[in-house]
Design a protein around this ligand. Sequence first.
Ligand SMILES: NC(=O)CC[C@H](N)C(=O)O
Length: 221
Amino acid sequence: MKAAVIVFPGSNCDRDLACAFRNAGLQVDMVWHKDTALPAGVDLVGIPGGFSFGDYLRCGAIAANAPIIGAVKAHADRGGYVLGVCNGFQVLTETGLLPGALLRNAGLKYICRTVGLRVEAPSVFTEGYEAGSEIALPIAHHDGNYYADTATLDALEAEDRVAFRYTDNPNGSARDIAGILSGNRRVLGMMPHPERASEAAHGNQDGARLFAHLATALTAA
Ligand SMILES: NC(=O)CC[C@H](N)C(=O)O
């Protein structure tokens, strides 16, 4: 199974995400943001964390208009899988592939620490965990405060599209939301970093099951 990791100027988690995909058994191509097509046969697109374009304008806003984004949208429209982590989640909301926006953290400070999460909605990204189980993953962001209007939040919950919720909300996110799914459950955006908690050397491997299950599910598909 094949994955592509998109690289923007300012991405800093692109190699980490590629390592997590490779360790789970996926073949990975790195794709520069100026490309206009994904490599043939890509099943999964990873949009990594970092500070694309220096977080200028709004986090993810410039990246969301990069040349490669047309191909990422076409991939998602075809039912392809997309995982956006942290800045990747910000890019996905800016493209409109996921609803809502990531605002400045409620405390106006950059937060870099491990947080507790509850795993909720079913998807290829979450089913490696028992539904309702609690895991711990690192966050590292200044704009992680998830916002959407009440109707959108109600719809996300009614459609069971909240993938991860903070157990102790660190950033003011509406309804403790840490990660959400698209309507077809194949696009996931999440602020916590599973790729930073997926090897023994990380001291926490709670993220590894996300990648392992994802790779298994894609191989079986
Ligand atoms: N780790 C990251 O991806 C950082 C995301 C983003 N640039 C922020 O600080 O909010």
